[in-house]
Design a protein around this ligand. Structure first.
Ligand code: HEC
Length: 138
């Protein structure tokens, strides 16, 4: 009786070892954590049903959400407030993209935004375009 159960077990153990099961399971782990990431984002985003814009996706990869929410002031102003303050034009997109990269304070209060020197100007512009598109006037 016992041997009958043992045989398939031993065989499959051999099978996995022979196929380099170690590296296989490593790959599987990597792809699993990617899926978890995607699932996480959709859970947190209030617009999970809408496709993300490029700027929104870029911001999801950054630390913006630790200080900004769409509707509510946190450490920094809400994105809706920012959209209400600046009309969505080329000049403001350019200016605010620079501000994201360099950081700074003064426009909303004494608290400063951290610089994001790792973000390219083009990416920062995409983020600003998304933020300014949130204006309640739209
Ligand atoms: C450490 C907290 C913090 C983080 C992280 C942060 N911000 Fe800010 N952000 C602020 C604060 C504080 C202000 C207000 C600055 C001021 O008064 O001029 C601000 C202002 C802004 C403004 C308006 C700037 C202006 O001059 O009116 C934009 C746009 C902005 N943030 C976008 C972003 C984006 C995009 C990210 C992610 C890449 C980000 N922030 C990450 C704290 C933060």
């Amino acid at each position: 009786m016992k041997k009958r159960y043992l045989a398939p077990f031993v065989l499959s153990a051999l099978f996995f070892a022979a196929c380099g099961g170690g590296s296989n399971s490593g790959e599987q782990q990597a792809s699993t954590s990617e899926t978890e990431h995607a699932a996480d984002n959709s859970m947190v985003s209030p617009n999970a049903d809408k496709p993300m814009t490029k700027g929104q996706e870029l911001m999801a990869q950054q630390d913006c959400k630790t200080c900004h929410k769409e509707e509510m002031k946190l450490v920094g102003p809400s994105f809706k407030d920012i959209a209400g303050k600046y009309p969505n034009n080329e000049e403001n997109v350019d200016k605010l993209a620079d501000k994201i990269i360099k950081g700074g304070s003064g426009n909303w209060g004494e608290v400063a935004m951290l610089p994001h020197s790792n973000i390219s100007k083009d990416d920062a512009k995409e983020m600003v375009k998304y933020i300014l598109s949130l204006s309640s006037a739209n």
